[in-house]
Write a protein that binds this ligand. Structure first.
Ligand SMILES: [Fe+2]
Length: 494
């Protein structure tokens, strides 16, 4: 007799975390408030985990689960919606077996014997459009290419064999001026290796530069940041111990006695140009941006004075107490011989999932957007807009018993000033167990949405995503990149 498909009664699957497992398609979502701006044409792509089958071991963590991509296509006031699971090797093997075959988070030594050596990547973290391809990303494996119109899975993408790293970050950085994608891999030669690979991918999707170096331990690096000239990769005190994972233990362990170690190197740097900085024990999942000010490199990130992933225990098996993240600035002086750095807090409220106007990644910028939390996270979450020039934080609080997912910025026009455009935000209607998609004027979020688009279903938990203008999907190149190229040809600095 086959076992019934029944998810365990555990916190990670309770309430909003309950698996949805449904692929949806709806032409013309209902607009229940306001009007969708007619100048907003393009697609919001997002991705998150939605477990395909109950976990093999009866338990799971919220960042695990098979990836499902969502898209909202904006077409002159109309919005069409679609979701599709990523049909990668893991998904198709489990689909055939009608059960989970892959065990503990990232730990291949806990898998069913039938899937030994198979690709266990979940493709559950981010969606990015680059080089004419829509890529679905998770840092445990290489990207998966999906069709930008249908979300049907096409193939695993290793850049025509040019990428030798076994995985790629889910948080690459797009330089919209040059059209380059900057990306990296950690544990790049396999589980528990210290190898880090950094790649520059040109606007056509070809690898233009790579740099390999070694981290001080087998690290976890969820995100990094770039400036116009440099790359900054923080190594917080999480480590993979091969003996521990072979014994069925957690993939990462938190080492509270260790310092934070940060690598900084030029964008086209060589291994001997990697410079190391050290500071107090901290951690972070997500970076807002990095910028240069003279010889100083500023890294803005949601910083935790402790373990940002408390479900990764210490080597003694101790789970740590959650600590709040505050947007903070680490400053590294590249002209100094010191290996220290300074840190200052930028935002008064705890916040996560920081974003900017994507055109200003790596450049001097003024506007930051994030999910803000009150002192008690149970009170839901709000959209925040931090003006770095004035230090003021504006908020938009959806109704009671609601929360929001990561905001994405869409410029009004390719040449619109920084922050002139819209924020697209999935709102979790927790009582109703469904979502709305809110469209807000990015300069006036406190005024509430200019359009509220109703979903009859729930988009469980999309971690990240991006806005891709219609013009980019039509021409294969971002309009900002095209604009900069035209200006360069004309000898004008754009
Ligand atoms: Fe992330």
């Amino acid at each position: 007799m086959a076992e019934p498909i029944r998810f365990p009664d555990i916190p990670v699957y309770a309430g909003w975390g309950a698996p949805v497992r449904l692929e949806s398609e709806l032409r013309d979502l209902e607009v229940v408030q306001g009007k969708v701006p007619e100048d907003l044409n393009g697609t919001l792509y997002r991705c998150g985990p939605d477990p395909q089958y109950p976990p093999m071991r009866g338990d799971s963590i919220f960042i695990d689960g098979e990836g499902i991509a969502s898209m909202f296509r904006f077409d002159h006031g109309h919005v069409d919606f679609r979701t599709r699971y990523i049909r990668n090797e893991r998904f198709t093997l489990q689909e055939k077996a009608r059960r989970s075959l892959f065990g503990r988070y990232r730990n291949r030594y806990t898998d069913d014997a039938s899937v030994a050596g198979k690709n266990r990547g979940t493709a559950n973290t981010n969606a990015i459009w680059h080089g004419g391809k829509l890529l679905i990303l998770k840092e445990d494996s290489l990207p998966w290419e999906v069709d930008p119109d249908t979300l049907e899975t096409i193939r695993e993408w290793d850049y025509d064999g040019a990428v030798k790293a076994v995985s790629m970050t889910a948080h690459p950085k797009l330089d919209l001026d040059t059209g380059e994608l900057l990306t990296f891999s950690y544990q790049a030669k396999g589980d528990a290796t210290t190898d880090v690979a950094f790649y520059v991918v040109d606007k056509h999707g070809k690898i233009a530069h790579e740099l390999w170096f070694n981290a001080p331990w087998a690290p976890m690096v969820h995100d990094f940041a770039v400036t116009e000239t440099h790359v900054v990769i923080p190594f917080f005190p999480f480590e993979t111990d091969l003996g521990v994972i072979k014994g069925g233990g957690p993939f990462y362990q938190w080492h509270p006695e260790r310092q934070t170690v940060v690598a900084v190197f030029p964008r086209r740097g060589r291994p001997d140009e990697v410079r190391w900085f050290r500071g107090p024990t901290t951690s972070a999942g997500h970076m807002m941006n990095a910028t240069m000010e003279g010889s100083k490199l500023h890294l803005d990130l949601c910083l935790y004075q402790g373990n940002c992933f408390p479900f990764f225990p210490t080597p003694e098996g101790k789970e740590t107490e959650p600590v709040p993240p505050f947007l903070s600035r680490m400053t590294f002086d590249l002209a100094s011989n010191s290996d220290g750095y300074e840190t200052k807090q930028l935002s008064p409220m705890p916040c996560e999932m920081p974003r900017t106007d994507d055109r200003y990644q790596g450049r001097a910028y003024r506007h930051g957007y994030m999910i803000c939390f009150g002192p008690d996270r149970a009170g839901g979450s709000m959209l925040g807009h931090l003006d770095h020039a004035s230090g003021k934080l504006k908020l938009w609080n959806p109704e009671e018993a609601s929360g929001i997912q990561e905001p994405c910025f869409a410029p009004r026009r390719p040449d619109a000033p920084e922050g002139d455009g819209y924020l697209l935000v999935l709102v979790n209607r927790i009582k109703e167990m469904r979502n709305d998609l809110a469209v807000l004027d990015a300069q006036k979020i406190e005024a509430g949405p200019v359009a509220l688009i109703r979903l009859p279903t729930r988009v469980r938990m999309t971690f990240h995503g991006m806005w891709v203008p219609a013009q980019a999907l039509e021409t294969g190149i971002y309009p900002v990149t095209a604009m900069h190229e035209a200006a360069a040809r004309a000898g004008v600095h754009a």
